[in-house]
Design a protein around this ligand. Sequence first.
Ligand code: ADP
Length: 554
Amino acid sequence: MAQSPHDTISTQVQALLTRPEFQTLLESIPDALVIVDEQGHIVLVNHLIEDLFGYSRQELLGKSPEYLLPERFHTLHQHHRQRYLESPVTQPIGIGLELYGRRKDGGEFPVDISLSPLRTQEGLFIISTIRDISERRRLEQLAQASGVLLQAMLDALPSGVYLVQGKQARLVFANRAACEVWGVDWQVGQPFEDFLQAHQIHVLGSDGHELTRDDLATFRALRTGQPISQYQEVVRRPDGTTVPLLFNAVVLPAHLFQPLQSAESEAKGILVVMHDITSLKDSEQLKDEFIGMAAHELRNPLTALKGFVETLLIQSQLGRGMPLTGWQQETLGEIEIATDRLVELTEALLDVTRIQAGRLILSFASYDLVSLVRKVVQRVQEAAPHHGISLQTELESLVVSLDVFRIEQVLLNLLHNAVKYSPARGSITVTLEADQDQNQVVMQVQDHGIGIPAEQQPLLFQRFARAHNVQGITGAGLGLYLCRELVKRHGGRIWFESVEGQGSTFFVALPIASDEDAAPGDLRMQQPETNASMDPPFSYKRAVRESSMQMKTD
Ligand code: ADP
């Protein structure tokens, strides 16, 4: 008579295995389950085994567990079982073994098998839980493939891209272009600062000075948690070559990327995109050189033209030569105005190119700022009599170390703008206050003119930037750029507050330097460059003429 599978199990074990509670427990387990006795026979399976492998319970009972595996694993599995049974107490039994299962139809699928011993008086049984991991494998392969695809895509980008995480900005990944920017590889997990120091990489601002850690785009974004947009830095590589870069950075929560296995794995990440702007800088430099050259070439004929017009007017006033008719005098006056404006525009363009090329040198000397402001206000008031310009200050005098010609230029620009952008006239107030706590003096120029649209305010200190509400009012958009650079070169700051349709207030803060600060030998006492010393003084006539022209159109 053929032996029933259960004949191999003692009656006591059989009684246990067939008890309804045990069956319920068995069927409630979420994994497929097989129990094998010491002789290597399957003595029990749950219904998930039937679902997974396609065999009926009867087909499996009494068979060896290898029956459920592809043939290539049989020897390995038998050997493993054998070794375990030789010394069941000391041998590890096996948890999370990743193998392949074989279905009744011959199909294979990946499984995770865990084996646990069950000791009874009847001997040792081995419980195997088998889990189908096809989906997990598929997802892993998918993730691996998308990781490879992502890296390939990032490597194909012309811009450098890197992701850092945690306070120390440890690298999570970097693409090929990023490594080319630095000229060396940055190891995953290495803090940004360590990387820079280890390879002697220096990061400079657009003014050529080395940036501190807090000023680097990456750390700024980390510190503030805010995105960074269009931030310029220059990287000096280990071989000494430099590359100008434009940075954009966004903050990512840790769950959006695969975090580093470190104490900071919960910390947010910063995704940085850096764009090599060498060619942009080169063409900008070419453009500046061209503007500089053109402005320089214009200077001589303009000076001659201006000289001839002035000579004609003066000679005629002195009664020398043929007297000029009214229309002739008027025409010459218009030519003089136009020539003045051309001279001023050429000077502004030359200043811009000097600043861009780092050739604008200031000449510092101690000067009474109060008398300077008073003088400029008076001159502009005479030129623009329909605007009520007043100076409010409690200061009698305040001696400051400054380049008087350049600060006069700043003040004239601001006052000129206040007049120009107040076509309906109105009062203009200049305020001068010493802020001893901050060791600075603050000048304010307030008007009640057309104001500046809020969305354009952040752009106005850039070259050639003009707001959209200035139709019909002439200008080149260079004045504020020059003012900012000049004030910056004095160690000061310029800013404004403005409401469109209500008016604007421009602020200039200058440091109050002591006499020792301005002592000879101080860098700020440099002599003016040769061509700068030949510059004609900045003319306030522009303010006069334009405001009077404006008045004509009122
Ligand atoms: P410009 O006046 O020659 O255009 P600026 O650089 O001096 O050049 O000024 C840039 C722009 O800023 C101006 O075109 C104007 O849109 C705005 N602006 C400057 N000052 C004022 C002001 N006081 N009121 C309103 N808008 C101003």
